[in-house]
Write a protein that binds this ligand. Structure first.
Ligand code: NAG
Ligand code: NAG
Ligand code: NAG
Ligand code: NAG
Length: 502
């Protein structure tokens, strides 16, 4: 009986201590609000976004979610009466929130109102001076101005762009086009498109059997052309997985051909663009794509509740993915891994199957550790894994996306050997070094915030295209046989002459 009573007091004590912790109240005025999304007249993106950091009455930031949600409203007038908007507040679970929103057509006299428990937050309401246009309106700004308004670094400040372009100081397509086509017009094995941007119009001609992925570049160029005046330029885009412009061999004599690709590699000269996946989710933010670099930061699985294991799901597109299944069977207490789909190694499905039901990407973050293993080339989930709040283990790889060169091992992720030989040891290390692990996760998120959000994806394309256009010495012309990519927009910035109202 006494024991039970003591136990009850003990629980009560714990409860009281928690209750004390809970009365940490948010000081609405002291909260911090920052980001281009509070200047939507200047910074135009598919979804505008900004950040809120909760601060308590003692001036301390929260390390977990604030007790209540922040309420955000976009007020204003539009051609249809009240400004139509859609707002999404993403709680990152660390005392910070991402607020993103879209508006339809245009809105005037916009006010962004942020409240916490009824009280205005920081300098809310934020008054927006000029009209706010939807990104779906055709409103190209001067390129330099767009880059300035969106804090885009110039190409010269980007390691990867400079590295990719260092073999292409002066490109004369009139001189190399014929040989380039001889080399890469191989419909059975190569799919590529020639793009020309001229006076804000987009033209292309594709070669190869599988050219469906051209839709991604079409929509990227169209989206960029709605917000910025693009330089006249042309480029060849590889639609396949593998980089094309191989080092060594023939290229030693002819010089490398400039090919744009979504994946770069140590043994090629391909010029890397942000992947179609990352770009699509930036261009379609709050549109038809559900998983993007903002939504993936929504905290659904607090650290304390995560399983202390490494998690992986994916296709059988590389031998090491099968090797991982072997490891997970040997060390089920450390790794939960399964193949979702057999295609490349169908004859080994018996051994490495059965396939498992689909797990939504957000569910991955129920686990403390995430594994990034190459597919046919780099695994394009890597940026999304970095943005989540789990530790990412990355397989060593000759393949890379446009941002890898800015990452540092053990600062932003934990590397493991290509043949997985040290993976188990690394996972065990992580289980014993929680403090360091959480520091790496924190750094990864900071990296994402500085490099991989929709704004940065726009910036990277524009900086690269601007620099690229400077290096083209032959006149840019629309070639016979090219198809015009149809523009898509729902409104203009310059309002058409208003007819006499009746
Ligand atoms: C919300 O505001 C009310 C009164 O203004 C206050 O009593 C209450 O403690 C606040 N709640 C939180 C969670 O801040
Ligand atoms: C580009 O190449 C073409 C064909 O070889 C040549 O006629 C032209 O002069 C070159 N242009 C420049 C600027 O080098
Ligand atoms: C592996 O993960 C899946 C999805 O979270 C879960 O349903 C399953 O029970 C896990 N397997 C083991 C052995 O823990
Ligand atoms: C794995 O690769 C490393 C080199 O990175 C090599 O030293 C080691 O022998 C390999 N292990 C196996 C089992 O192949």
């Amino acid at each position: 009986m006494l024991q039970i009573l003591l136990f009850v007091f003990y629980i009560w004590g714990i409860h009281l201590r928690f209750a004390e912790a809970e009365i940490k109240l948010v000081d609405a005025e002291k909260c911090l609000v920052w980001g281009a999304g509070i200047k939507p007249d200047v910074s135009v993106l598919p979804a505008r976004y900004f950040f809120i950091m909760a601060i308590d009455k003692n001036g301390q930031r929260y390390l977990e979610s604030a007790p209540l949600n922040f309420q955000v409203k976009i007020k204003g007038n539009s051609p249809h009466g009240r400004c139509r908007s859609h707002v999404d507040v993403i709680d990152r679970g660390d005392g910070t929130n991402i607020v993103r929103y879209t508006t339809a057509d245009w809105c005037d006299q916009v006010e962004i109102e942020i409240r916490y428990n009824g009280t205005q937050v920081a300098q809310s309401p934020y008054y927006v001076r000029n009209k706010v246009y939807s990104e779906k309106c055709y409103c190209p700004q001067d390129l330099q101005l767009f880059m300035l308004h969106n804090n885009c670094p110039n190409a010269a400040a980007d390691k990867q762009i400079m590295w990719d372009l260092h073999s292409f100081k002066r490109v004369n397509f009139s001189a190399i086009r014929e040989n380039l086509m001889k080399r890469y017009n191989q419909p059975e094995s190569v799919s590529l498109c020639h793009y020309v941007v001229k006076q804000q119009q987009i033209w292309r001609q594709c070669y190869g059997k599988y050219t469906g992925f051209k839709m991604f570049m079409d929509s990227t160029l169209l989206a960029l052309s709605r917000v910025a005046l693009l330089p006249d330029m042309e480029f060849y885009l590889n639609l396949g997985d593998w980089p094309l412009s191989k080092k060594g061999g023939q290229q030693r004599t002819s010089g490398p051909y400039p090919i744009f690709s979504w994946c770069g590699s140590e043994d090629s000269y391909d010029i890397t663009l942000p992947t179609y996946d990352l770009t699509e989710s930036s261009v379609e933010n709050m549109g038809r794509v559900a998983l993007d670099m903002l939504s993936v930061q929504r905290n659904e699985h607090p650290w304390e509740l995560k399983e202390d294991k490494a998690f992986w799901r994916g296709r059988d597109s590389r031998r090491e993915r099968l090797d991982l299944i072997d490891l997970s069977r040997k060390y089920p207490e450390l790794i939960n891994a399964s193949i979702t789909n057999f295609f490349f190694f169908r004859d080994e499905e018996q051994k490495y199957g059965p396939t498992v039901p689909y797990v939504s990407f957000m569910e991955f973050f129920k686990y403390k550790y995430q594994l990034n293993i190459d597919g046919t080339v780099a695994s394009y989930r890597f940026p999304y894994l970095l943005a989540g709040d789990s530790l990412v283990f990355k397989q060593d790889s000759p393949y890379y996306e446009h941002f890898y060169s800015k990452l540092q091992p053990y600062k932003h992720y934990v590397p493991f050997k290509r043949n997985l030989s040290d993976l188990i040891e690394k996972v065990q290390w992580a289980r014993e070094h929680e403090k360091k692990v959480r520091e790496i996760i924190h750094n990864a998120r900071e990296f994402v915030e500085a490099n991989l959000l929709p704004q940065h994806i726009y910036c990277y394309h524009l900086a690269l295209f601007k620099e690229w256009s400077n290096r083209l010495v032959a006149p840019v012309v629309v070639m016979p046989g090219m198809e015009k990519v149809q523009t898509s927009y729902t409104c203009f910035c310059k309002e058409p002459q208003i007819k006499d109202e009746l």
